[in-house]
Unconditional design. Structure first.
Length: 277
């Protein structure tokens, strides 16, 4: 079976990018293709393709920064046009551990009810990243940044990121990280691709939410990916503004404080965790 993946670039550092590409092509599948979709001001990163002469890498230069989701959509559409069953969305700072793609492909092949699956994500030092989440409320995303009470913030954050969940069991979780998304293209045909109104941030929340309505969105800890995760929007004012803008669009779309679907799904998720743990 042919696997297809995409990485969106923007003046990306070559060192972590090569690690991500190397780990992807280390998969035992004989048929792998990778789309590098470049939002950079220049096409200097196209040289990466020449470093992998025996690999199927398609470089797409957009000549503009069109946003994260919109750029990935270009590659996803090409996978769908080829009739491929899956498309993998990758960040340029991840390293896929040995056997991960094989395990995820096997699980998806045997569970057609799953629309997206995410492996366990860890830091380079082996520590867990808490990337399984509830559907967010405005308190979870916006207001907590400006609340000075650390104890309250930490308690709220631990609930939102499901710290009570052991992260060692396969579970149907409404929000999974966009740093690694193993997507069923049939699900995308039914619910749509990334919403291109999100320029950056929150597009993964939105897509997971739409998939979760009709399919399972599964956390699968038997497969592992290393992620050099940095909360860039906590350090950069421009990125912080982009994050807030996306959050406002998200809550305008689904509801700020009156969101019955959010309450129902979060209640079911927390109940599931209590029953399994």
């Amino acid at each position: 079976m042919k696997l297809s993946a995409s990485i969106v670039l923007y003046q990306t550092d070559l060192t972590p990018l090569k690690k991500a590409i190397d780990s992807y092509f280390a998969c035992q599948s004989k048929q792998l293709q990778l789309f590098l979709v470049d939002n950079s001001p220049t096409d200097m990163l196209k040289e990466v393709v020449t470093m992998y002469p025996d690999k199927e890498i398609h470089y797409i230069f957009n000549n503009e920064n069109m946003g994260y989701g919109k750029a990935h959509n270009i590659a996803i559409k090409k996978s769908m046009e080829q009739g491929l069953p899956y498309h993998i969305v990758l960040n340029p700072d991840i390293v896929i551990q040995e056997g991960t793609l094989e395990k995820l492909t096997h699980y998806m092949n045997h569970h057609p009810e799953v629309g997206n699956i995410m492996p366990k994500i860890i830091y380079p030092d082996g520590q867990l990243q808490y990337l399984c989440k509830l559907l967010p409320s405005p308190l979870d995303l916006i207001f907590r940044r400006f609340i000075p009470f650390k104890k309250w913030r930490d308690k709220s954050n631990k609930r939102f990121e499901l710290h009570a969940f052991s992260y060692n069991k396969t579970m149907n979780i409404p929000i999974l990280s966009g740093c690694f998304m193993f997507l069923r293209t049939e699900a995308l045909e039914n619910v749509g691709l990334f919403d291109e109104h999100f320029f950056m941030y929150m597009e993964d929340f939105d897509l997971n939410r739409r998939i979760h309505r009709a399919y399972k969105t599964i956390f699968f800890p038997e497969a592992v990916v290393v992620h050099e995760y940095q909360k860039a929007s906590y350090k950069n004012i421009k990125l912080l503004k982009a994050h807030i803008k996306s959050a406002i669009y998200y809550f305008n779309k689904y509801g700020w404080f009156f969101d019955k679907e959010r309450k129902k799904i979060n209640r079911e998720t927390l109940k599931q965790i209590l029953e399994k743990d």
